[in-house]
Design a protein around this ligand. Sequence first.
Ligand SMILES: NC(=O)c1ccc[n+]([C@@H]2O[C@H](COP(=O)([O-])OP(=O)(O)OC[C@H]3O[C@@H](n4cnc5c(N)ncnc54)[C@H](OP(=O)(O)O)[C@@H]3O)[C@@H](O)[C@H]2O)c1
Length: 257
Amino acid sequence: MDLGIKGCTALVLGGTRGLGWSCAQALSDAGVKVIINGRNAEHGANAAALLRDGVFIAGDVGDEDSRNALIDRLHKLDLPSIIVTNAGGPPAAAFEETNAKLWRDSYETNVLGPLEIVRAMLPHMRAQQFGRIINITSFVVKELYPNMALSNSLRIGLTGAMGALAREVAADGITINGLLPGLMDTGALQRVIADRSRRLQMSEASVREQMAATIPMQRLGTANDFGAMCAFLASRHAAYITGQNICIDGGLTKSVT
Ligand SMILES: NC(=O)c1ccc[n+]([C@@H]2O[C@H](COP(=O)([O-])OP(=O)(O)OC[C@H]3O[C@@H](n4cnc5c(N)ncnc54)[C@H](OP(=O)(O)O)[C@@H]3O)[C@@H](O)[C@H]2O)c1
């Protein structure tokens, strides 16, 4: 299917590995020029070289100076009409294991960072009367998960802010939607599995098996399960879908909305 976005430019924050990388690949396959971002410069440059027309910009979404440098580079290079917001999620932790620094750092990376970068790109999208913003959050937006105090709170904060913004920019041809991964076998879950294995004194393989058994499809998701939906939400065909939060989770989340 022609997604109608050939020749557009996309920015995929946290786009060098895992779910962000899957989105970058799917957008590239749709003929989009993709700018990927991440902190590890060597890995990012290698990943960008695998994309047709791929560009890498190093930077930490959770650091204000780094965000401003990224925004300056975009102004010089090319302004995106498609933005995928993403980064490594907050660490797994029960509430009493968290502290103020962890809350501030996680807020910068997972709430303020995406909002500030989107804010800087909105004038370009409004001028073009076309924009697509896709936020990679988490299924915890719909159903809380144990030992994830930071994610359980901050994902909902970003979802609220983006949901409000979606209604403010809808008449300008800009859509904003959330993509909510379930239990996907990529970096963030691999860190949760290691944490749970330590807490429960179980092997990582047993934790994986237990997790898979909680999913109606009886398997963890993969990066390949993810990117196509991102490309669809970025497409011209998804012009009338905005302010939605879509789980990609093999049926894990039991919420009806
Ligand atoms: N996997 C799951 O099951 C699952 C479930 C629910 C929610 N999520 C959320 O989905 C998102 C992606 O997960 P994933 O499993 O794909 O993670 P991942 O494999 O660890 O990939 C994270 C990507 O973001 C980049 N990144 C990390 N921190 C960054 C920062 N501060 N600034 C810029 N780039 C940054 C990483 O590159 P560098 O390391 O080079 O910076 C990498 O490209 C995370 O927020 C995660 O919490 C995942």
